[in-house]
Design a protein around this ligand. Structure first.
Ligand SMILES: *[C@@H]1O[C@H](CO)[C@@H](O)[C@H](O)[C@H]1NC(C)=O
Length: 430
């Protein structure tokens, strides 16, 4: 009985998903922009997902909002087209609304307050707070945007929001807080690398705006941060451990480390004239080892990978299924970040498997948060903003690669034919 059902399922899947191509830039951008400027929200704010129940992601997370703005600012640098004015207007309203969020009284009482209602009201219920990566990501996104502005305007932008975030980072970067996945209280590679990128960007921006005393303060903090990151996170020669002091049943290898380096590179790569190159970059051998470890684990852990390898989850022990605690799954955004890192290392065939995985399991009209480890169908929050932006960044990297012409990745190839092995696998039998 089970195998008959399995074959029917597999046949349905083949009708539904064969030949699906990788999403286009317009497709991804339209869906990203649709999560901003909602009728009941402050202008420039976004929801993590439009989903209001099971799960409710209908909030403005400082992290998710800043990352989305960062990707959109990257679009301004790459393209000058019908989206440019729309994006500029959006970033301008994001700046005003962010100032409002900075001064609203919250339960954490700090700028590390992780999420707000989209009308700007504080979320005064229990939550993993604070999460100190948020202000750091906002600084990096806005400082990158400021590169396209006049000196006078970027001076104002600095005083309007960026300085307050940096004041907070300078006073709190050694404090513990919740991680990017909102689960672990401690110190985290993603958080501290974002804070480091923010202070570097702050120093570069203050220099451009002629604010000498700020430059000195930021550079002094940067030196301390570099020492701290070198001893706490970069001393291990083989891998990146994400939350080193957290000892409760995790191996410490986490795709958040991949996201950390990828995000730092995209948002703070331009700061190299200040204090030299970034402490870590996407060609770091420890990052490569971290990815190899994750891929080896997820290849065995997720049956869907037996037939269409390349699904990357958050970390091996993950049990959040997008609704509740059961078993973790591959995510679009972690899969995309891993693919991009492999491309940066010239590992195109390895990256291609991840690219195909995204194409094979994407929805016709949306990208959710996760992909079920047995069935390959999407699950968890629908239309996740971060899924769209991370896949868009991957698409731009593939486009650059294809322009180069030496080892292109075809984006319109047919995806996968279901096979019996895979049919068993989806029931957890293999
Ligand atoms: C990455 O860092 C290494 C060493 O830290 C350096 O040699 C290399 O040039 C950097 N690569 C890029 C692309 O910046």
């Amino acid at each position: 009985m089970r195998w008959i059902l399995g074959f029917i399922w597999s046949w349905l899947w083949s009708i539904d998903q064969s030949g699906r191509a990788f999403p286009s830039r317009e497709w991804l951008l339209e869906r990203t922009l649709a999560n901003f400027d909602l009728p009941d929200g402050l202008p420039g704010l976004s929801v993590a997902s439009p989903s209001t129940t099971r799960p409710n992601y209908y909030y403005h997370w400082i992290r998710d909002g800043a990352l989305a703005i960062g990707t959109l600012v990257g679009q301004l640098e790459r393209h000058d087209d019908q989206y440019s004015d729309r994006i500029r207007a959006l970033v301008e309203s994001y700046i005003s609304s962010s100032r409002q969020l900075q001064i609203v009284p919250t339960l954490s009482g700090t700028l590390g307050e992780p999420k707000f209602y989209i009308d700007g009201a504080p979320f005064n219920e229990p939550w993993g707070r604070p999460q100190n990566d948020g202000p750091a990501l906002r600084v990096m996104a806005l400082a990158k945007y400021a590169q396209s502005l006049s000196v006078a305007r970027n001076h104002r932008l600095f005083q309007q929001v960026i300085r307050a975030d940096l004041d907070f980072i300078l006073s709190s970067w050694q404090d513990q807080c919740f991680d990017v996945w909102e689960e672990v209280y401690g110190v985290h590679f993603f958080t501290v690398l974002s804070q480091y990128g923010a202070v570097k960007a702050g120093a570069a921006l203050a220099k451009q705006a002629g604010l000498g005393s700020y430059v000195q303060a930021y550079k002094a903090t940067l030196r301390k941060m570099e020492r701290y990151i070198n001893t706490k996170f970069l001393a291990h020669e083989l891998i990146f451990e994400h939350s080193p002091i957290y000892l409760a049943g995790r191996c410490g290898i986490d795709s958040a480390s991949v996201l950390a380096v990828k995000t730092l590179t995209s948002l703070a790569g331009w700061t190299e004239p200040i204090n030299g190159p970034l402490l870590v970059n996407m060609t770091d051998v420890r990052l490569h080892n971290t990815i190899e470890f994750l891929n080896a684990d997820f290849q065995l852990r997720y049956p869907i990978n037996y037939e269409s390898p390349g699904g990357v989850g958050r970390y091996p022990e993950d049990a959040y299924d997008g609704y509740t605690v059961s078993l973790g799954n591959p995510w679009f955004l972690t899969t995309a970040a891993v693919a991009e890192t492999l491309i940066a290392n010239g590992l195109i065939d390895e990256a291609h498997a991840h690219v195909k995985f995204i194409a094979a399991h994407r929805g016709e009209d949306s990208l959710s948060e996760q992909i079920n480890r047995y069935t390959g169908y999407m699950q968890g929050a629908s239309s996740l903003t971060w899924s769209y932006t991370q896949v868009l960044e991957l698409l731009e990297t593939i486009n650059d690669l294809n322009l180069d012409g030496r080892h292109p990745i075809q984006l319109d190839e047919p995806t996968y034919e279901p096979s019996p092995v895979w049919t068993w696998a989806r029931f957890g039998i293999v």
